[in-house]
Design a protein around this ligand. Structure first.
Ligand code: AMP
Ligand code: MG
Length: 275
C-alpha cells in the first residue's frame, strides 16, 4: 500500500495516475470483497481497543472531486464500527459565522479526542482547493495556507493524533458516468446539483490544485495517499488496508485490568449479594 503514499516533497502528476488501476490486488473482485470484509472485522476489533485504551486519537481525511466516492467510502469502511467511537464531520461551504473566523476555526472542534476516530468528509483542504479554483481569496492568502496546515497537523500529531489523508482519484470520464447515473436513478437524484456541471468544467484547475496540495502537504506525520477510485471495490480495499495497517502499528492493548485478588474479591462480593 506504500505505492499510494505521496512521499514528502514528491512531484505529483495526476494525469499519469490511472484511476482505473486495480493491479494492487492480484485476485478478482469477489476475493477483494472477501478480503475487505475480513479487514473490516479487524477494524471493528481495533476500534474497540482504541476506545477502551483512551490513549490514541485518529484523524482520517477524505478529499475528492464531486462523485469521487467520499460518502461511499466512509459508509463502506466504517459500517459496523461502534458509532460511539467514530465521529464524521462534513465540511460544506462556510456559514457567515465560519467566514468571520480563520479557516481552521471550524475544523479544530472536530478533531478526535482520546480513544476516538474522526472522519473528515472534505476538510480544511477546501481552503486551498475550491477557494483557489474559484478565487474566493487572493492568491497570497491561500498560498500561505499550505504552511499553516502543515503546522496545524504537526501540532495535532505532536499531541498524539495519528493522521491519514486520502485523495480518491477518479478520471473525468468516470465522473461523467457517475453524474449521468445521478440524473438517471431516482434515489441518486438528490445528490445532483446543477453546479456540479460548472465544477466539472474546471477539472484541469482542480487537478492543479490537488497536485499542489499533495506535493506541499504530504508529510511524515500526516501523509496523503492517492487512491485509484474508478473501481469502488479497489478504492474501498485500498483505504481499508491502509487504515487497518496504521492502527495495527499503534500496537494497542486493552488497559490493565484490576489485580487478580481484587477481581476475586469483587466476584465474591457480587455472588454473596443478598436481595
Ligand atoms: P457536498 O460535499 O456535495 O455536500 O458539497 C459541499 C460543497 O461545499 C462543495 O461544493 C465544496 O466545494 C463546498 N465547500 C466546502 N468547504 C468550502 C470552503 N472552505 N469554501 C468554499 N466552499 C466550500
Ligand atoms: Mg456534491
Amino acid at each position: 500500500m506504500e505505492r499510494y503514499r505521496v512521499k514528502p516533497g514528491e512531484k505529483v502528476n495526476l494525469d499519469r495516475v490511472d484511476a482505473a488501476d486495480t493491479s494492487a490486488w492480484k485476485g478478482d473482485k469477489d476475493s477483494a470483497k472477501e478480503r475487505f470484509l475480513e479487514l473490516r472485522a479487524r477494524l471493528v476489533e481495533l476500534q474497540e481497543v482504541l476506545y477502551a485504551q483512551q490513549r490514541h486519537q485518529v484523524l482520517v481525511v477524505f478529499q475528492a472531486m464531486d462523485t469521487g466516492g467520499k460518502d461511499g467510502t466512509i459508509r463502506a469502511v466504517f459500517e459496523g464500527v461502534n458509532p460511539q467511537g467514530v465521529k464524521v464531520a462534513s465540511f460544506k461551504a462556510p456559514t457567515p459565522l465560519e467566514l468571520a473566523h480563520d479557516y481552521l476555526w471550524r475544523v479544530h472542534p472536530h478533531t478526535p479526542g482520546k480513544g476516538e476516530i474522526s472522519v473528515f468528509n472534505r476538510s480544511h483542504y477546501e481552503d486551498v482547493l475550491v477557494v483557489r479554483v474559484h478565487d474566493l481569496a487572493p492568491e497570497e492568502r491561500w498560498q500561505r495556507r499550505y504552511e499553516h496546515i502543515n503546522q496545524f497537523e504537526r501540532m495535532l500529531a505532536d499531541e498524539g493524533t495519528t493522521i491519514l489523508k486520502f485523495y480518491l482519484h477518479i478520471d473525468r470520464d468516470e465522473q461523467k458516468e457517475r453524474l449521468l447515473e445521478r440524473l438517471d436513478m431516482p434515489e441518486k437524484r438528490w445528490k445532483f446539483s446543477p453546479g456540479d456541471l460548472d465544477e466539472r468544467k474546471l477539472w484541469p484547475k482542480y487537478m492543479e490544485a490537488f497536485e499542489e496540495m499533495l506535493e506541499r502537504t504530504s508529510t511524515s506525520y500526516a501523509p496523503w495517499y492517492v487512491i485509484p477510485a474508478n473501481r469502488n471495490w479497489m478504492r474501498n480495499l485500498a483505504v481499508m488496508t491502509i487504515l487497518v495497517d496504521c492502527l495495527e502499528k499503534l500496537d494497542m492493548k486493552y488497559p490493565a485490568a484490576l489485580p487478580e485478588e481484587e477481581i476475586t474479591a469483587n466476584r465474591k462480593r457480587l455472588m454473596s449479594e443478598s436481595e
